[in-house]
Design a protein around this ligand. Structure first.
Ligand code: ADP
Ligand code: MG
Length: 276
């Protein structure tokens, strides 16, 4: 089982697009996948066609302890389950402020779910902040993927994000690794995009080998800017159902292939093996 938090505290970098299409793509390859929507904006839920009335049970109720994960997750496609979010989730940050062990609620809920329902992949779409919801994701996950838009401010904010993962690794989840960076909304043929990718690669390879990101890779499959990817959410469909032949579908299918290939490395004892 792999559990992957898709995280970046910036909004609009491609977290939800990557979470949804990676989850859908893995499910199409025969994996049992559960996608957790951890953003109060519920974009991942909407992207998969799930729009819920205010009182419907969602992942918010798992955070408050009113519902188990099994009670709120629903089948949204072949092999694909979704733990939906709703705007209520915005209140969780405040409501949990005084709760002991609030960082570990999701981890425990997920452990309980996995006892009764095995999944091959749990993908977590994080909100654009480093608050308690994101910390819960990092405590529950074994891997972090960071979507980045390779423009000149892309690396700005990355150190804060990496510090947070290092902190979580020390305090809450020793197994956590930043295993991949996904370049999103990639402009092919621009010097800038190539420069940013280069800078990023040298940053990763020159970091402290003990850092949780030192073995991270930049995925070869870059996600090009493609209007179909921006249209798909309003039809409540993944890119594979909305426009299976477009460049966006091609790029995400390539990413899915790379993610599946990592399974072999994990089996053969890469640093992620400890996490497997
Ligand atoms: P985040 O979850 O990080 O806020 P999103 O995945 O929601 O980011 O992406 C932000 C916006 O950009 C959305 O409207 C989305 O549809 C669009 N988008 C994401 N990736 C691409 C892409 N490769 N090409 C074109 N539009 C994209
Ligand atoms: Mg999002």
């Amino acid at each position: 089982m792999r559990s992957i938090a898709i995280m970046n505290q910036k909004g609009g970098v491609g977290k939800t697009t990557t979470s949804v299409n990676l989850a859908a793509g893995l499910a199409r390859q025969g994996k049992r996948v559960c996608l957790l929507d951890l953003d109060p904006q519920a974009h991942a839920s909407l992207h998969l066609g799930v729009e819920l009335p205010g009182n419907a049970p969602t992942i918010y109720h798992t955070f408050t302890g009113e519902r188990t994960m099994q009670q709120i997750r629903r089948l949204v496609g072949p092999q694909l389950w979704l733990a939906p979010a709703s705007i209520d989730l915005a209140a969780a940050e405040v409501e949990l402020a005084d709760t002991q062990g609030r960082e570990l609620i999701l981890r425990q809920a997920l452990e309980q779910l996995l006892v009764v329902e095995p999944y091959d992949y749990v993908i977590m779409d994080c909100p654009p902040s480093l608050g308690v919801l994101t910390i819960n994701a990092l405590s529950a996950a074994r891997e972090v993927f960071i979507p980045l838009q390779p423009h000149f401010l892309a690396l700005h904010g990355l150190s804060k994000l990496l510090e947070t993962t290092a902190l979580v690794t020390r305090r809450l989840n020793r197994e956590l690794r930043v295993s991949g960076i996904v370049l999103c909304m990639y402009e092919t043929n621009t010097r800038l995009a190539a420069d940013v990718s280069g800078d990023l690669q040298s940053f990763l390879s020159s970091s402290d080998p003990e850092a949780p990101w030192s073995q991270g890779r930049i995925f070869q499959n870059r996600i090009r800017r493609n209007i179909k990817l921006a249209e798909a959410p309003s039809f409540g469909k993944s890119i594979f159902d909305y426009a299976p032949k477009c460049p966006g579908a091609e790029d995400y299918a390539g990413l899915v292939g790379e993610v599946l290939q990592m399974e072999q490395e994990i089996a053969q004892g890469s640093p992620l093996a400890r996490a497997a």
